[in-house]
Design a protein around this ligand. Structure first.
Ligand SMILES: [Mg+2]
Length: 252
């Protein structure tokens, strides 16, 4: 057994609650698009487009799902899927292609502005700062958040957009890429995340240690997997593991 040298983190619903942010971002960037587009067309004395918030968003979602099916290697690249869906929708609504491309890009700019307005758990920054003194840290996310603009970016010298750059988790590629960039063997690394399927299982199967953030208590945990209810419990868990394995895996 080797010393623990590195910890990789999932972001959404691990270091912050993502649900409210996604709902506001989803609704907000599309509302921005319709309002800005309508003002633009009114200024040019062009008629309003027949797109409404409700039916337009439903159509936008269906178009994203269709693109993900047709181009499976892009299924985890949500920004790409959204751009293609918006461009196609705006063209179908009657915009010339050049205007459709411009407005789709503008809407995604607004999407990313809203998407980074996450509020990390109050303990997260202090916790990462303390851990960074002992371990190498990395972030691995399937989300299409702008990695350099997210509020905890400074703590992650290695940050991997699994869906956009590689294959989305649970595909092991992003974990292996992080381990390679950290130059750490799987048994010397731990992954922390909230998804059993996307975080815990792939990390465990690669031989990493894993910490599952979950409320449930009625699941038997495989070897090397631990469970906490909230990220703020991580330092205590690490401390108890270090004690339990003193001279062994978790001890420096
Ligand atoms: Mg997550």
């Amino acid at each position: 057994m080797k010393h623990l040298k590195a910890i990789t983190f999932d972001l959404d619903d691990t270091l912050w609650d993502n649900h409210g942010v996604m709902a506001r971002t989803e609704e907000g960037h599309y509302r921005w698009l319709l309002e800005a587009l309508e003002a633009w067309r009114a200024a040019r004395k062009e008629p309003a487009l027949a797109l409404s918030q409700e039916s337009g968003r439903e159509d936008y979602l269906q178009r994203r799902q269709q693109w993900a099916k047709e181009v499976p290697e892009r299924r985890g690249d949500f920004t790409w899927l959204r751009l293609r869906a918006l461009e196609a929708q705006l063209e179908a609504a009657g915009l010339p292609r050049s205007a459709a491309l411009m407005w789709a890009a503008a809407a995604m700019n607004e999407f990313h502005r809203l998407r980074v307005l996450v509020t990390p758990h109050p303990e997260a920054a202090g916790l990462l700062a303390a851990l960074a003194e002992r371990y190498q840290l990395a972030a691995i996310t399937n989300g299409n958040i702008h990695l350099a603009r997210q509020p905890l970016a400074a703590y992650f010298p290695v940050a991997i957009a699994a869906g956009e750059l590689l294959a989305p988790k649970p595909d092991p590629t992003s974990f292996l890429t992080a381990l390679s960039r950290l130059n750490v063997a799987p048994e010397c690394a731990m992954h922390v995340g909230d998804s059993w399927q996307e975080d815990i299982l792939p990390a465990q199967q690669l031989g990493m240690h894993a910490v599952w953030i979950a409320e449930t208590e009625d699941q038997t945990l495989p070897p090397r997997v631990h469970r906490i209810a909230h990220i703020k419990e991580l330092p205590q868990l690490l401390e108890s593991l270090e004690k339990r394995h003193s001279g062994g895996v978790y001890n420096h």
